[in-house]
Design a protein around this ligand. Structure first.
Ligand code: DSN
Length: 437
């Protein structure tokens, strides 16, 4: 690598093999990191909220940017020495606004949960009402769960999905019910965006409802951000007043959060609510990695990736349904599907299914399904997603093969010989598709 810089510190002089350095200093930590890299390389990662970042994103996270306090915003910091931190944060902001086609971005939230809490802090008073989906129907802890500050200090009203399987829109958001509840409760905020919802979100319909009752529409696109950025899901703008997201799921960046808007007044409130309202020093190394990831997502090949994620999910969901499994809403439009195990085997929990699959080298997560009587620790479903395997390069035929693995494991009900034979085949498939390097 060379550089045209005239400064004493060139990229050549500072480039070192960081893993080798770590190994020399701390072999215990290095061993664990290497084991995790091997686990990722040799298993089929189907957790819908996970992905494999590029080496460039990884390197930015492990960079000199971690050494600095930079409270405040570009040009308005509380510490000296932030000249390059200003540059990197502004670059991340500019790339985020380009990517999502909006006017304002706050790139400092440490996570999606922090992004949501900052939005609540910016817009709501304790006890205020907002509308969202309940966690067990595919919402999120920060969408008003009683164990979260969002449920303890605010007043969530939950809108339903269509639970009636005889309806064409079974498993979809019940938009008519959203409207009725909005009219009845006059929420300050209507929240759309989910962690286990397999269908497209009709942002325009949500905005109409929000307008009718004078609410703000907040879209939490944590799961689908990469699909929106890549054109494989409709954009939350111009319909949303505010958009929150994580940066590490389909967007394939570092673990973190992001808030977007087009409204100057809301932008000011958001900035104050993130810092000093709910956070201290920003994670500048993560912001550097966000800039890298947004740069990657602006490239044409990311569009192709986003569409392949959806094509892979469709192929896998159709294969699983052809094997007799029941999926919420009978399919998917995005990167994930939710398998309801109750019809397959009333005794089988999502927890047990996920353990068998993990033993076979297939990583999914247990998930509650609509109307679930089981706790979130047991559950009656599993959630399956394609962002990580698509990053490795798997396409539709591979996904059907993965579907066959899942089917064999579930139908074998824990038979060790079947699990071990699927494990061997999963390893073989993994060997054909490396992690990003
Ligand atoms: N934990 C995330 C997920 O898996 O969907 C949501 O934050």
């Amino acid at each position: 690598m060379s550089t045209t810089s005239t400064s004493a510190v060139t990229l050549d002089s500072i480039s070192v093999d960081l893993l080798e350095l770590l190994q020399r200093q701390d072999s215990q930590v290095t061993r664990i990191l290497a084991d995790e890299a091997e686990r990722q390389a040799t298993t089929l990662e189907l957790i819908a909220s996970e992905n494999h970042v590029s080496p460039a994103v990884m390197h930015a996270m492990g960079s000199w940017m971690t050494n600095k306090y930079a409270e405040g915003y570009p040009g308005k910091r509380y510490y000296s020495g932030c000249v390059h931190h200003d540059r990197i944060e502004q670059l991340a902001i500019d790339r985020a606004t380009d990517l999502f086609n909006c006017a304002f971005a706050n790139v400092q939230p440490h996570s999606g949960a922090n992004a949501n809490l900052a939005v609540y802090f910016a817009l709501l008073e304790p006890g205020d009402t907002f509308l969202s989906v309940v966690l067990s129907d595919g919402g999120h802890l920060t969408h008003g769960s009683p164990v979260s500050i969002s449920g303890k200090w605010l007043k969530p009203i939950h809108y339903p999905l269509v639970y009636d399987e005889s309806r064409d829109d079974y498993g979809y958001i019940d938009y008519d019910a959203v409207e009725q509840l909005a009219v009845e409760h006059k929420p300050k905020i209507i929240l759309c965006g989910y962690s286990a919802y397999p269908r497209l979100i009709d942002f325009a319909r949500f905005r109409e409802i929000a307008e009718r009752v004078g609410a703000l529409l907040i879209s939490d696109i944590a799961h689908i951000a990469g699909l929106c950025a890549g054109g494989a899901h409709p954009s939350p703008f111009p319909h949303s007043h505010i958009v929150t997201t994580t940066t590490h799921k389909t967007l394939r960046g570092p673990r973190g959060g992001l808030i977007l808007t087009n409204d100057d007044q809301l932008a000011k409130l958001i900035d104050k609510a993130v810092f000093p309202g709910t956070q201290g020093g920003p994670l500048m190394h993560i912001i550097a990695a966000k800039a890298v990831a947004f740069g990657e997502a602006l490239r044409p090949e990311f569009k192709q990736y986003a569409h392949q994620v959806v094509a892979n999910a469709k192929a896998l969901s159709e294969h699983l349904m052809s094997c007799g499994y029941h999926l919420l809403s009978n399919g998917t439009d995005n990167h994930l599907m939710l398998m309801d195990l109750r019809k397959f085997d009333a005794e089988l929990t999502g927890k047990q299914a996920a353990i068998w699959l993990e033993d076979a080298g297939i990583i999914v997560n247990k998930n509650t399904v609509a109307g679930d009587q089981r706790s979130p620790f047991a559950t009656s479903g599993i959630r399956i997603g394609t962002p990580a395997l698509t990053t490795r390069g798997l396409i539709e035929d591979d996904m059907r093969r993965v579907g066959t693995f899942i089917d064999r494991v579930l139908k074998a009900k824990g038979d060790e010989a079947v699990i071990s034979s699927v494990r061997a085949e999963a390893r073989e498939l993994c060997a054909q598709y490396s992690l990003p390097h």
